[in-house]
Design a protein around this ligand. Structure first.
Ligand code: AKB
Length: 316
């Protein structure tokens, strides 16, 4: 049985990933960790939990040794909009944290799964059906750390034979934990406001298409990729994956099918819009489909219906 450490376990992805991993591998085999205890109490209470600040490599090493960890899901990172407000902090956490995790993995022979992002692409990348292997010159600090992180994982794989794997996540939509400081966060906030106030002012402009994914598909991607036969993986860091691509108008229209009074307005944030404009409209994820059977279940209609149902229950 795997012994898994999850960093950033109380964040948007982590809080759901931990519960799914515990169901699959057993509660005691999944060690959740985060910089504080703020966040999902379920993830803290249902199995082992440790405080880890990922810039502290010694602490990561201590926890890995304490539990005989053989697989690390490294999720702790600053997102794009927050990263642009504090680029040096983004560099320290995103690059310093990943470097520490890879060094600990080398020392203790662990597999490492860490997400990259559509932010790894930039304005010179082909915008539509963006290929797996293409130009990557991002213009945000978050994007810079994601490209550098992909290269670093490739390096540890080639040089030290560490089993590193990753995906380029699009915007992730979920109802359990809120995202923190991302460019794609409008696609989560819109659901809260639609249910509570029947209107939403989007900080991303109409006509801005970005890839998106519902959280159950994102969690499956991380688990499925780490279970994939390594001999089939040509790429490692990191696979394009997507489930849908839409702009705010399309999402608003889909919500209106369930809440006819819903009104979508715009209050565009120029700084965040600039980031969105530098990212692809839609990714080509055929390599992930071919190499490890990636196949998302939720499209825009299925995701919207489920989000509204689940969030309505949660907000009651
Ligand atoms: C963000 O918007 O920063 C993230 C991402 C696409 O990586 N959701």
């Amino acid at each position: 049985m795997k012994k898994i450490l999850v960093t950033g376990a109380l964040g948007q992805i982590g809080s759901e990933l931990v519960m799914n991993l515990r169901e699959a591998y057993g509660n005691d085999n999944v060690i959740a960790s985060d910089i504080s205890t703020k966040g999902s109490q379920e993830a803290i209470e249902s199995g082992p939990f440790e405080i880890i600040d990922v810039v502290d490599g010694k602490k990561i090493d201590e926890v890995v040794k304490k539990y005989n960890v053989d697989t690390v899901y490294h999720l702790a990172a600053l997102l794009s909009a927050t990263g642009e407000k504090n680029p040096s902090l983004a560099w320290n956490i995103n690059m310093g944290g990943l470097f520490n995790v890879l060094e600990v993995a080398r020392e203790n022979n662990c597999a490492v799964c860490t997400p990259s992002s559509i932010a790894a692409f930039g304005p010179s990348t082909p915008k539509d059906n963006t290929p797996q292997d293409t130009l990557m010159r991002p213009t945000t600090m978050y994007g810079v750390t994601k490209v550098a992180g992909e290269l670093l994982c490739d390096y540890y794989h080639q040089k030290y034979n560490i089993d590193t794997r990753g995906v380029r996540f699009p915007g992730l939509i979920s109802y359990k934990s809120l995202p923190g400081g991302g460019t794609t966060d409008y696609a989560v906030h819109i659901f809260y406001e639609a249910i509570k106030n029947k209107k939403y002012a989007s900080f991303i402009d109409k006509g801005t298409f970005m890839d998106m994914m519902y959280m159950p598909d994102a969690i499956n991607a991380l688990i499925q990729l780490m279970e994939a036969d390594p001999s089939k993986l040509v790429h490692r860091n990191a696979f394009n994956i997507t489930a849908m691509s839409f702009d705010p108008e399309m999402l608003g229209a889909e919500i209106k099918k369930h809440i006819p009074e819903f009104v979508l307005e715009y209050d565009v944030n120029p700084d965040i819009q600039k980031i969105a404009d530098s990212w692809p409209n839609s990714l080509d994820d055929s390599e992930a489909r071919k190499e490890w059977g990636w196949n998302p279940k939720y499209d825009l209609a299925a995701m919207t219906k489920d989000m509204l149902e689940q969030l309505t229950i949660k907000l009651k």
